[in-house]
Ligand binder design. Structure first.
Ligand SMILES: [Fe+2]
Ligand SMILES: [Fe+2]
Length: 288
């Protein structure tokens, strides 16, 4: 695989910002380590601000509809899950390879955290695959259309979304029909009927939706929807089934955010276990 340039620094800054916004202490019932992720540098903050300025301006209803058509599964060939993991791992950080986890390490570390807590195998597998939609970067997509918090489009942007002030530059805010709490949607319609901003969550959901249980699909599809699963915004678009399923999204989130402090996993050693687990749910290469 070719060595693809990728702004890993931005991804790191975004993740640091997430941990600043949602420190682990909010999640840990035993109140163990409180400050491990609070140290984040101010320069990273500007990077994140600039990222969200571009993201919030560009994520319109029309953009999302266009990307869904452009990246419908099958347009980028077939790969097994393991092949996708290795492909994603070609996203490397040229500036500082020693301090960052590789993509495979992050996936495996998330999965191992879930496994250690005794969760079902599909939950473990969800940890292993949840970021594979980031292969969008390898298709040449800009990072503002791959990573970052996601949020509904086609209705008013909530001020619970990070950096809400940047939505003033989003053309959809000039369209009154898209600027009410429900916008183009019926109240309580259910999130399956709602377009979220485009990125790795929705893309992977489309790729794996016939293979994983529904709880897993919620985790995959909504793991970056912090305004929803952490801030409880957009309740007007959710139905009771979404509310029930969001317990799984909430259960997944700490493994994604807070397992990075653990020792890096031994990928080679763990590979046979994970290959077998992949084979249980994904018997063949799938369409990407
Ligand atoms: Fe993610
Ligand atoms: Fe992740």
């Amino acid at each position: 695989m070719s060595h693809t340039a990728y702004d890993h620094e931005l991804e790191e800054a975004w993740e640091d910002d997430l941990k600043r916004r949602y420190p682990e202490t909010d999640y840990d019932p035993n109140g163990k380590e409180k400050d491990s992720f609070r140290n984040y540098d101010e320069p990273g903050r500007d990077t994140v601000r600039e990222f969200y300025r571009i993201n919030h301006e560009g994520q319109t209803l029309a953009l999302v509809q266009e990307k869904k058509a452009q990246f419908a599964p099958g347009k980028h060939g077939t790969m097994t899950i393991w092949e996708a993991m290795e492909y994603l791992d070609t996203l490397v950080d040229d500036s500082d390879p020693d301090t960052d986890l590789s993509q495979i390490q992050h996936l495996m570390q998330t999965a191992e955290g879930i496994r250690k807590d005794g969760h079902p195998d599909w939950f473990i597998l969800t940890g292993l695959i949840h970021d594979l939609g980031k292969v969008l970067c390898l298709y040449g997509e800009p990072q503002w259309a791959v990573v970052g918090d996601t949020f509904p489009v086609g209705c008013a942007f909530s001020d619970k979304i990070v950096y809400p002030e940047f939505f003033s530059a989003n053309p959809d805010t000039q369209r009154p029909e898209l600027s009410t709490p429900c916008g183009i949607y019926e109240e309580g319609t259910g999130l399956d009927n709602v377009h979220l901003s485009w990125g790795h969550d929705e893309y992977l959901y489309q790729v794996v939706k016939d293979h994983m249980p529904e709880e897993s699909l919620y985790m995959i599809r909504y793991h970056s929807f912090y305004a929803g699963h952490r801030e409880k915004a957009y309740d007007q678009l959710m139905n009771d089934h979404d509310r029930k399923m969001f317990r799984w999204v909430e259960a997944f989130n700490p493994y994604d955010l807070y397992t990075k402090s653990d020792a890096p996993p031994n990928v080679a050693e763990l590979r046979p276990y994970y290959e077998e687990l992949i084979g249980k749910y994904f018997p063949d290469p799938i369409a990407w």
